[in-house]
Ligand binder design. Structure first.
Ligand code: GDP
Ligand code: MG
Length: 596
């Protein structure tokens, strides 16, 4: 297809504003999916695909669309759509010339609407503003058209109004995509260059790589090279997705499609990398390629220690699918053998943990997630701390922590509540704007560590669910941070060490000591639980010794009950961990780490 007859676009929206529904309607209206298939089979099959971790529709679908007497190929490119994956989102956007900015006509602009819009603007995309769900009785299209027009600087009448549910306005939207978006530009005679904007692992076909061709063309069976790694592969198959993968005789300038090389490891196919022809390689990569950087670390341990080799296997397999995952073995006195795993963010952590548990049948315990700290010592040396246990004692000149720029959108009645929350989380206000008379955008710089814990839940509960949040990496900042250790009878329990702000050290120490006091059974002797910064104890609790008569009870009763007790104790013994001379059931550690 010549570039003049191609339009590449994506749909960007806040979650639940109707992106998937609108995409489905477009597939149906362009005839790519038949109406009957749509309801009865298509979506069902999609569920299975999703369960297996691959999506056919979502990456890049090609849809024919007739305007006047010309048929145009529309490529709809999906974006991952969450802050943890901002880099991937920006690569998807870089593969397009334009974006449909979708806003729920009953909700108005939300935090991810803004975040996605800014990313699209950074990529110089043409923006088509659209209000969705106009069929809803609660829709206020006039009000929100004005809000949206104000945001992007157009007339309210330029805002299209559609319903992804009923299909109203969708044909007009497709027409507008063709007329408003520029056709892709590139040099057909230059050495081939294609940008990878996504890659997924398919059990049957290996890695499927999604590309947008910028210059030249790629043909089946030729040798291709990845510009960041110089690795070469044979192109086994190349084609477009419409909505099934359809092999083709090649992809030229502006075209979007997939390629398969038989490689089994997604690390060979990095998002943002440039694919070129091995025989006549391009000299310059498309640019923007960046290795994903883990932001949040957590220790993952099997609840049953004998599952450790299975956990290692599972991580290796997951890595095939998710190149951003990093991990290395770690041991903990409290939890045994496990791994320190780096994630792009908390959502990524949750997804990975759930996949490990579901797909590999593992029961896992995760330690409190922590961010990465840069520590400068008095002698000028630098230490990167990904695990609180690596935090150095004494002689620390400066500790820096990652910070983010957060955007929070709320109805104006909640401004006070949000400001109070952000201040409590060590936020610095960057600015505030009214989007309309009753909705406000607040901008804060916040430590990532404060966002990582329960920030979002607190934000939601303080604003009765009305606030939305988005944030972006904003480098790092020096802060007054200390390591709090938790000691049982003078012995440190590594899994509970935490790096916290000085003002919060006492609260963390008393909270953790109190929790452990509840959870650790009494011993034959008194056990002090202390929280300490270095050698300075900041909080203390005591587990009192078992009294004689409590012990005596175990030896009374009838014989079968006694046997049961002994069995139970044996069972219990297997799961005991010794911290110094204190026996702690592993359940106690798990409970202390899991609750809130
Ligand atoms: P996404 O998160 O942006 O992909 O949103 P979805 O497409 O999954 O839609 C979120 C919810 O809104 C679903 O319950 C949809 O059925 C509903 N929805 C989407 N589009 C419309 C629409 O045009 N009208 C109405 N009434 N509901 C819609
Ligand atoms: Mg969706």
């Amino acid at each position: 297809t010549p570039p003049e007859q191609i339009r590449n676009f994506c749909i960007i929206a806040h979650i639940d504003h109707g992106k998937s529904t609108l995409a489905d309607r477009m597939l149906q209206i362009t005839g790519v999916v038949q109406p009957r298939q749509m309801r009865a089979q298509y979506l069902d099959r999609m569920d299975i695909e999703r369960e297996r971790g691959i999506t056919i529709k979502s990456q890049a679908v090609r849809m024919p669309w007739q305007v006047l007497d010309e048929t145009v190929a529309l490529n709809m490119i999906d974006t991952p759509g969450h802050v943890d994956f901002t880099y991937e989102v920006s690569r998807s956007l870089a593969a397009c010339e334009g974006a449909v900015l979708l806003v729920d006509a009953a909700q108005g602009i939300e935090a991810q609407t803004l975040a996605n819009l800014y990313l699209a603007m950074e990529n110089d995309l043409t923006i088509i503003p659209v209000l969705n769900k106009i069929d809803l009785p609660s829709a206020q299209p006039e009000k929100y058209a004005e809000e949206l027009a104000g945001l992007i600087g157009c007339e309210p009448s330029d805002v299209l109004k559609v319903s992804g549910k009923t299909g109203e306005g969708v044909e007009e939207l497709l027409d507008e995509i063709v007329t408003q978006l520029p056709a892709p530009e590139g040099d057909p005679d230059a050495p081939a260059r294609a940008m990878i904007f996504d890659s997924v692992y398919d059990t049957y076909r290996g890695v499927v790589t999604y590309v947008r061709v910028v210059d030249g063309n790629l043909t089946p069976r030729e040798k291709i090279a990845m510009m960041s790694t110089k690795a070469t592969h044979e192109l086994l198959e190349i084609g477009v997705i419409s909505p099934e993968p359809i092999p083709s005789e090649g992809l030229g300038v502006g075209e979007v499609g997939y390629l398969i090389t038989g490689v089994k490891d997604v690390r060979q196919s990095k998002v943002g990398d440039t694919v070129t022809a091995a025989s006549a390689p391009a000299t310059r990569a498309i640019g923007g390629y960046k290795d994903p950087k883990p932001m949040v670390f957590s220790g993952l341990y099997p609840i049953d220690g004998s599952d450790y080799p299975d956990l290692r296997d599972a991580l290796d397999k997951l890595k095939l699918n998710d190149a951003s995952l990093v991990y290395e073995p770690e041991t903990s006195a409290a939890l045994g053998f496990g791994f320190r795993v780096g994630f792009l963010g908390l959502l990524h952590l949750e997804i990975c943990r759930e996949r490990l548990e579901r797909e590999f049948a593992l029961d896992l315990i995760a330690t409190q997630p922590n961010v990465v700290y840069d520590v400068t010592m008095d002698d000028g040396s630098e230490i990167v701390v990904t695990n609180p246990s690596e935090f150095p004692y004494g002689k620390v000149a400066e500790v820096r922590e990652p910070v983010v720029k957060a955007t929070i959108l709320v109805p104006s009645e909640f401004i006070g509540a949000v400001m109070e929350l952000c201040q409590g989380k060590r936020g610095q206000m960057g600015g505030m704007d009214y989007l309309s008379e009753d909705r406000v955008e607040l901008r804060y710089t916040l430590p990532l560590a404060e966002i990582v814990f329960d920030f979002f839940d607190q934000l939601k509960s303080r604003t009765r669910g009305y606030a939305s949040l988005d944030y972006q990496d904003a480098g790092d900042q020096a802060a007054d941070l200390v390591k709090v250790d938790i000691l049982l009878q003078g012995e440190g329990v590594d899994a509970f060490s935490a790096i916290v702000h000085k003002d919060k050290a006492y609260a963390y120490g008393t909270m953790m000591a109190g929790k452990l006091k509840e959870l650790i059974p009494r011993q034959q002797f008194e056990v002090p639980i202390q929280a300490a910064i270095g050698s300075r104890v900041i909080a203390r609790e005591t587990i009192r010794a078992i009294r004689k008569d409590v012990l005596a009870k175990c030896y009374g009763g009838d014989i079968s009950r006694k046997r049961k007790l002994i069995e139970k104790q044996k069972e219990g013994k297997k799961r005991m961990k010794n911290i110094g001379s204190v026996e702690v059931p592993q359940e106690a550690f798990i409970a202390a780490l899991s609750s809130d």
